[in-house]
Design a binder for this molecule. Sequence first.
Ligand SMILES: [Zn+2]
Length: 206
Amino acid sequence: MDCPICGSDDIEILNSKQKSSKTKLMEEYLLRCESCGHVFKDIFSAKKPKPYRLIISEQDKSHKTTIDLSPSDELKTGEILLSEFGQVEVTSIEVNDKRVNKSKIEDIDTIWATSVEIPARIGFSVDLHGEVDSYKLDLDRDFEIAPGDVVKIDKHIVKVHVIKTQDRKLTSGFAKAGVIKRVYSKPVKFNNFDYDLTKDIFKKTS
Ligand SMILES: [Zn+2]
């Protein structure tokens, strides 16, 4: 926006207020031109977000859901949206039974997307007195592992001793899978365990 008096675009926002009606969201700005000092108001308005049909494909399954978007905006394939199933990338947009790459959101019937929630891949070593069984695991990035955890993995029940993250080695506390490089563990003679990671094994590497 430019100053209505001198045309400068060097504008400072002094204040902003949100107003909303049934269908619109309005933002009222109090502005000052840094060139001539003129103070003026400007109103930005957008249609209120509405739910749109969203179909997310993820490996071999798909989820039908909705996502709230502002009808005034535009959507393009390749954009990332935050859905209830996490981040998704728009792969196709359906408008009047046609697939398009770009559309004003108010015209959209269905948004097609794929999940881009990438699991964290971590290493997991089981120290068998000289030999090591080593695994690659795929875990939710938020999954927490702590030194001292007793874990079932494959045919072993082990206790976590050390967690190597991107920048340090932990022997206490906990770390989220998203930052873990490798977990070091030793077998214990327990029958109970805190959790089972067997289903998360991507492959056994040694
Ligand atoms: Zn001005």
